[in-house]
Design a protein around this ligand. Sequence first.
Ligand SMILES: CC(C)(COP(=O)(O)OP(=O)(O)OC[C@H]1O[C@@H](n2cnc3c(N)ncnc32)[C@H](O)[C@@H]1OP(=O)(O)O)[C@@H](O)C(=O)NCCC(=O)NCCS
Length: 190
Amino acid sequence: MSPRTVAFSRTRLTELMVPSFANFGGKVHGGIILSLMDKVAYACASKHAGAYCVTVTVDGVEFLQPVEVGELLSLDATVHYVGNTSLVVGIKVTSENIKTNKVKHTNNSFFTMVAKDDNGVPVKVPELELSNPHEMRHFVTTIKRNKVKREAQARIQKEHDDFIPKEDFVLLDKQRCTITFDKDASYTQE
Ligand SMILES: CC(C)(COP(=O)(O)OP(=O)(O)OC[C@H]1O[C@@H](n2cnc3c(N)ncnc32)[C@H](O)[C@@H]1OP(=O)(O)O)[C@@H](O)C(=O)NCCC(=O)NCCS
């Protein structure tokens, strides 16, 4: 299997934000944008892999600015990293006001996808050819992000497992919550 360039699977999806996409506040539903992100991630990953891909994790979704009905949303996807059967697709979302041509950056996200064969078994994906320092930066940053993520997940799991109500009441001192149960109530983990 020969390596594939980043350019080979680069994918742009552009969609007009029609009134049926609006929420009760008149802005575009976050779920509509997430669905389009999943679609472009799938197209980009599957093109690189030459196989169907499934979404495993989504990182970094944060809507920085609202998207208005009538704007033109563009989603630019490139492969940032490949493992054996998994690959990470970076997506940049921008939204353009058609009348003023003003473009705003709404978010960057990272979709981990796994390639599968017709029986649903993960299959190896081609290596990624890195043609410039920019592409190398994406690859290396993904390795580092994955490491930080694994460490953070392990830490959060430990905090969850180590929960002892009597010791953690102090953390609620300045929080906006009210305790309505007996602070001496016994606790057993579910
Ligand atoms: C993703 C999935 C294939 C992993 O299955 P698995 O039996 O754990 O397979 P493996 O252990 O061989 O892992 C396959 C790859 O997924 C990666 N992976 C699995 N879980 C992961 C996670 N939580 N985060 C990042 N990568 C993950 C593994 O690192 C491995 O990558 P590599 O081959 O590049 O090293 C399986 O959990 C699945 O099919 N999930 C459902 C996906 C889906 O249907 N998504 C659509 C939304 S419903």
